[in-house]
Design a protein around this ligand. Structure first.
Ligand SMILES: NC(=O)c1ccc[n+]([C@@H]2O[C@H](COP(=O)([O-])OP(=O)(O)OC[C@H]3O[C@@H](n4cnc5c(N)ncnc54)[C@H](OP(=O)(O)O)[C@@H]3O)[C@@H](O)[C@H]2O)c1
Length: 295
């Protein structure tokens, strides 16, 4: 990824000294199938992570539940001691147990254990940013997040967490969180065909809070559409690059964390940061809806 030429290539989390490149990396895909267990090729996973850093990325998204433990341990193996300026964002609120079982992890005991799992497996004394992950299927949509957020605030007071974010949240839950404390980022599902968060994103721009869309490429159902294909053909790039460039262009608080286990895809994704989609193509993409996906 070329060195940032303009302030628009970077984002500073509100009320922090943390500035990251807007094109980051999501590490979930480094675990085995559906992010369970170890990858088939651990050496490749280490090579991808080292290439992430060599390419100038300084924002990695992870969670100790990926594997579980596997992805954080790979990050530590590949990158520790961490380069100056790298921000690792993790999440708590769900725990993966034994045989592909996921359970909520919002109690004091569970959140404390999850934070310590992240610290140990990443090999750090303090976590840069921790997202409280709520939402379905672990918590009813829109339920109060006051109790688990208060527990994380206590862990922050203890010096184990620098900054907090929230994930899989409704606008009401974001408002609840921002009344309680400074939130630096919101991580929700969003991409060119899933835009339920449009008005939330606009309000976060005003507050200077980062919006970090997960599944920017469609996640487990990769985006496929003739509109993306046509745009890609016109600009001489790939449809996935169009999907990423559209999100980056969407608003200045967008931080991307596309996931990949492939160095080739990593390079392709990072190069999307250099694409400017002309207005007439943006309006065609803006008009896309889920019904125009070819699945
Ligand atoms: N907060 C939450 O609840 C939550 C939920 C899910 C994910 N996340 C985070 O969000 C990050 C991004 O989500 P994600 O990785 O699930 O989904 P994604 O970025 O939308 O898509 C990843 C998928 O796209 C493929 N891919 C990546 N680059 C490609 C390219 N250039 N061309 C073709 N295929 C490509 C990957 O396969 P290859 O490996 O073959 O490249 C992988 O199957 C995760 O890594 C994780 O950190 C958060």
């Amino acid at each position: 990824m070329p060195t940032p030429k303009t302030p628009q290539d970077q984002f500073t989390f509100p009320k922090t000294s943390i500035t990251v490149r807007r094109m980051g990396y999501g590490a979930m895909r480094l675990a085995g199938s559906h992010s369970w267990g170890p990858p088939n090729d651990p050496e490749n996973a280490v090579a991808v992570l080292r290439e992430v850093i060599a390419s100038g990325v300084n924002h990695i998204d992870t969670a100790d539940m990926y594997g579980p433990h596997v992805v954080n341990q790979l990050i530590k193996k590949a990158l520790h001691p961490y380069p100056a300026g790298l921000t690792i964002v993790t999440k708590v609120g769900a725990r993966r147990l034994g045989e592909r079982k996921v359970e909520p992890g919002y109690s004091r005991e569970q959140l404390t254990e999850e934070v310590h799992d992240n610290l140990r497996n990443l090999g750090v004394d303090v976590l840069d940013v921790v997202n409280l992950r709520v939402g379905k299927p672990l918590m009813p949509i829109g339920a109060s997040i006051e109790e688990p957020l208060n527990i994380l605030l206590e862990l922050k007071e203890q010096g184990l967490i620098r900054h907090l974010g929230v994930s899989n949240v409704t606008p009401g839950q974001v408002a609840e969180a921002t009344k309680m404390t400074d939130i630096v980022c919101v991580q929700n599902l969003y991409n060119v065909t899933n835009r339920e968060d449009d008005s939330l994103i606009d309000s976060l721009v005003e507050e200077g809070i980062a919006y970090v869309p997960y599944f920017p490429l469609g996640g487990f159902t990769p985006l496929q559409s003739s509109i993306l294909d046509d745009a890609a053909k016109t600009l001489g790039v790939s449809p996935m690059q169009i999907a990423l460039a559209w999100v980056l262009q969407r608003s200045p608080n967008m931080l991307l964390i596309p996931g990949t286990s492939s160095i080739e895809h990593l390079h392709e994704n990072l190069a999307a940061a250099t694409i400017t989609i002309p207005a007439e193509i943006v309006s065609k993409l803006d008009a896309m809806s889920a019904s125009q996906l070819t699945i």
